[in-house]
Every structure is written in structure tokens, then in C-alpha cells.
Design a protein around this ligand. Structure first.
Ligand SMILES: Cc1cc2nc3c(=O)[nH]c(=O)nc-3n(C[C@H](O)[C@H](O)[C@H](O)COP(=O)(O)OP(=O)(O)OC[C@H]3O[C@@H](n4cnc5c(N)ncnc54)[C@H](O)[C@@H]3O)c2cc1C
Length: 427
């Protein structure tokens, strides 16, 4: 059997792209081809629409997609979180049901984890699911649900046995969003956009067959999702090329794929956070004639160095995963670094712009990207586990510091006896 090398993979994917990439296809047609080929999710097993490639070779596929000017696999939480979680914890029937529509972009997912009283302390969640024959009836409220407005399915964690200790009575469901008991209310952010929503469940229904993992074993499943989230965010997103949005509600599936190439589908904030901020701000400094200012140059150099450290940390995350260790402390440090980079980029961007930083909109200096980044910046140190939570995890699991005082007792007490609000980092 031939040893898999970077050159072999590059050759294979290039040949396939020469035959298959066509900017005149619709996005739906292109994603179907990509899904069938296995190049859309090269690290997934061949049996499940992948190529079974080690992670270090998967980057080659993205490079080739990029240099062919082709659009990558669907962005969003299906590819980033639901797919990898179902691969690990799902049954074959569930993999059959959910994975293809994730890869060919027909179904979009959202993550229904956080609640008004359960964010960092996710295990305090109150949304409950009660059994009714072959179905479960869901009641409760979620918040911060990114992409809730356009999602077809949600990764829902709900309490299925209030008499068990708090980490042991949670189940993980794949719930259909389009049903009478699910109400999605978009929230307006200070950027002016509505990236996330509140989601209310009033007697919503989900089938028993849609439980991912064991009944009451959802905590382990949720941790797989969270680990993938940290790793994905820490390494600057999925690395997908182009960033087209899946699902019919996003209204991109029938568009000509050539028109969506090169990030045109991405919004400004996403580009600013996922892109390399030092390049973005170097260009901005040149454009507004401040690139010779020694203070600005000094801080641009600092940002460049941090971006490079981030790149190497992302490579360490990939290497850890490739060696079978799964995303570990590298992912926590990568996530923390991203917050630091974003804060520096926010301050520097506004310094470069001076008074113009108070203006928003595409016709303002730099196209408004630095201003949008400044308004979006607080989100980065909150989503995917706040900075403080990342530090707790590093402190407890890497440095071996003592755990928070009541952690052990909380783990064994029935949930209904707990005073909700005792903060505990998701772990
Ligand atoms: C842009 C954005 C998108 C998001 N998308 C989603 C999504 O799609 N799905 C989803 O489920 N959630 C999503 N979230 C929610 C996110 O996961 C939570 O906001 C996050 O986990 C923090 O929870 P919280 O907001 O309830 O804050 P809290 O947990 O109430 O924390 C408040 C403050 O207390 C600190 N704190 C809390 N516990 C500890 C502790 N033990 N030790 C030290 N300090 C602590 C926190 O760091 C924070 O500063 C999103 C958030 C943002 C900003």
C-alpha cells in the first residue's frame, strides 16, 4: 500500500478539482459533489463521507481548494460541532440520518446549550425533557443561540432526570427547529446585527431516536462538542474556504457558487475575527497614511508576533489531535490568545482610525471592518467558554491547582436539591 504523503494528497485533490470544480454550479450542486468525493471532510472516515486522512494532511486539501478558487464545505455549527460529535457518539442510523445533510449543506445546525442561568456553569441547565411514549416533551429557554434563526436542527442539552446528580441527568438531543413548540427570537447586538437568538421551548417534541449517546449520558456528549468548539475557535474557525452558509433559510443554496467564492458570503465581523488581524490593520495603517508612525508600527509588530504565536498554537492543537490526544490544554491557551489578539486589534484599529473610528458603515475608512471588530471584540472572550473559565481549566487540569471548594459535593447531589447559581466552569 502506498504511504500517504502530502504530495500524493495534493495530487489527488488537484486532479479531482480539475474535473469537478465549476463556478457555474449552484452551491447545492457543488456541495453535493464535495460531499460525495470525501474532500469536504477529509479527516472523517471514508464510510462517512470523508477520506480518513490524518489532520496534518487535511490542511493540504484546504490549500488546494483555496488555490483553485473553489468554495469549501459548509461553514457553521453542523460541520464544526454537530458532525464531529455525532461521529463519536452517534449510532450508525444517526450518522446515516444527519451527516450527509451537514456536508451537502442541506441542513444547518445551532447549539442549544446556554440558558439565562447556565452559561459557564452549563450543568445547571434547567430546560427539561419528559418522556411521552417514543417522544420527549421539551420545555425551557435557551439564549445566545448563534444561527438559531436559520437552523433546521439544534444540538439540545436538556435535563431528563432531576433526581440524579447534576452532571448525570442531562441528555443530548438532535431537535427539529421547525415545529410549533419552538420559538426563535433574534437578539440585536451592538454591531447592529442579529447573529444569535433566544429560543423558547413550549411542549416541543423530539423523538427518542434523536438522543445522541446514552439517555442521561449527555454530559459526556456535550463535552465532545465543547472540546471541538474550543479547538475550532482557538485555531480561528473551521479553516473553510469561502464561508457559505448551509440550510435553506440562509438562501444561498441556489446561488451560483462562483459568486460566493473568496469570502463574499462572510460578514465583516467574521472576516475581521477569523482573518489575520495584523494584515488587516497593516493595510488600514497604509491606507490612512499612519504606517510611518513609530507607536503604530510598534503595536503592529506586537500584533504580528501574537498572530504568529496563535498560528503555532493552532498547529500544536492540530498535532495533538493527530497524535490521538484530542484537543487538550493547547486549545484552551489558543482560545485565550485569541481574546488577547482581538483586544489588541480592537485598540490598535481605533488608534489608527482616530476620530474616524466613531463612524460605522462600508463607506467609512477601511470599509468599517476595524470599527465592527471593535464592537464585536467582547464576544471573543465570552463565547466557547469565557477567559476565566479557560484559566480555571488550565489551572485545575494542567497546573494541578485545587478544584473549586464544593465541586465534589455538587457532583453527587440530586439536581433538585441544588441551589442553582453555584458557579462552576463547564468541565
Ligand atoms: C457571540 C456569542 C455567541 C454564542 N453562541 C452560543 C451558541 O450558539 N450556543 C450556546 O449555547 N451558547 C452560545 N454562547 C454563549 C456562551 O457560551 C456563554 O455566554 C458563555 O459560556 C458564558 O456564559 P454566560 O454568558 O452565562 O456568563 P456567566 O457564566 O454568567 O459568566 C459571567 C462572568 O462570570 C465569570 N465566571 C463564571 N463562572 C466562573 C468561574 N467558575 N470562575 C471564574 N469566573 C467565572 C465569567 O468568566 C464571566 O466573566 C455565545 C456567546 C457569545 C458571546
Amino acid at each position: 500500500m502506498a504511504v500517504l504523503t502530502e504530495d500524493l494528497v495534493r495530487g489527488d485533490v488537484r486532479r479531482w478539482l480539475d474535473e469537478s470544480w465549476n463556478p457555474d454550479l449552484t452551491l447545492a450542486e457543488w456541495w453535493e459533489r464535495l460531499c460525495e468525493s470525501g474532500w469536504g471532510a477529509p479527516t472523517w472516515p471514508e464510510q462517512w463521507f470523508g477520506k480518513g486522512l490524518p489532520r496534518e494532511l487535511a490542511g493540504v486539501v484546504n490549500e488546494e481548494l483555496r488555490s483553485a478558487g473553489a468554495i469549501g464545505p459548509p461553514s457553521g455549527l453542523g460541520m464544526l460541532l454537530a458532525g464531529p460529535t455525532i461521529l463519536v457518539h452517534g449510532t450508525d442510523e444517526q450518522r446515516e440520518r444527519y451527516l450527509r445533510p451537514i456536508l451537502n449543506g442541506q441542513e444547518a445546525w445551532c447549539q442549544l446549550f446556554s440558558e439565562p442561568g447556565a452559561g459557564s456553569d452549563l450543568a445547571s441547565l434547567q430546560t427539561r425533557a419528559e418522556r411521552d411514549g417514543d417522544e420527549w416533551i421539551v420545555n425551557g429557554q435557551k439564549v445566545w443561540t448563534s444561527g438559531g434563526q436559520t437552523a433546521d436542527l439544534g444540538m439540545l442539552v436538556a435535563r431528563t432526570d432531576p433526581d440524579a446528580p447534576k452532571h448525570k441527568c442531562i441528555s443530548y438531543f438532535a431537535i427539529e427547529m421547525d415545529q410549533p413548540g419552538v420559538e426563535v427570537r433574534p437578539l440585536r447586538e451592538m454591531t447592529g446585527r442579529s447573529l444569535f437568538s433566544e429560543v423558547f421551548f413550549s411542549d416541543a417534541r423530539v423523538n427518542q431516536a434523536a438522543i445522541i449517546g446514552e439517555l442521561n449520558g449527555g454530559w459526556a456528549v456535550a463535552n465532545t462538542t465543547l472540546a471541538n468548539e474550543r479547538a475550532g475557535l482557538g485555531s480561528g474557525g473551521t479553516g473553510a474556504v469561502g464561508g457559505a452558509m448551509p440550510g435553506k433559510k440562509a438562501k444561498q443554496l441556489e446561488r451560483r457558487v462562483g459568486d460566493l467564492v473568496a469570502g463574499r458570503g462572510r460578514d465583516r465581523a467574521e472576516r475581521a475575527v477569523a482573518g489575520r488581524q495584523s494584515n488587516l490593520l497593516e493595510k488600514l495603517a497604509k491606507d490612512v497614511g499612519r504606517n510611518q508612525d513609530p507607536n503604530i508600527r510598534q503595536r503592529l509588530a506586537e500584533l504580528h508576533i501574537l498572530n504568529e504565536v496563535g498560528r503555532y498554537t493552532a498547529l500544536r492543537v492540530k498535532a495533538a489531535k493527530a497524535s490521538g490526544r484530542g484537543p487538550g490544554p493547547e486549545a484552551n491557551t489558543a482560545k485565550l490568545l485569541m481574546s488577547r489578539i482581538t483586544r489588541l486589534a480592537r485598540d490598535l484599529g481605533l488608534e489608527i482610525l482616530g476620530a474616524d473610528g466613531m463612524l460605522m458603515g462600508p463607506d467609512t475608512p477601511g470599509g468599517g471592518v476595524a470599527q465592527e471588530l471593535a464592537l464585536f471584540a467582547p464576544a471573543v472572550s465570552i463565547y466557547g467558554g469565557s477567559d476565566e473559565v479557560q484559566k480555571n481549566i488550565i489551572g485545575e487540569r494542567v497546573l494541578g491547582l485545587p478544584k473549586e471548594p464544593d465541586a465534589d459535593r455538587v457532583k453527587t447531589m440530586p439536581f433538585r436539591e441544588l441551589k442553582v447559581g453555584t458557579q462552576r466552569a463547564a468541565s
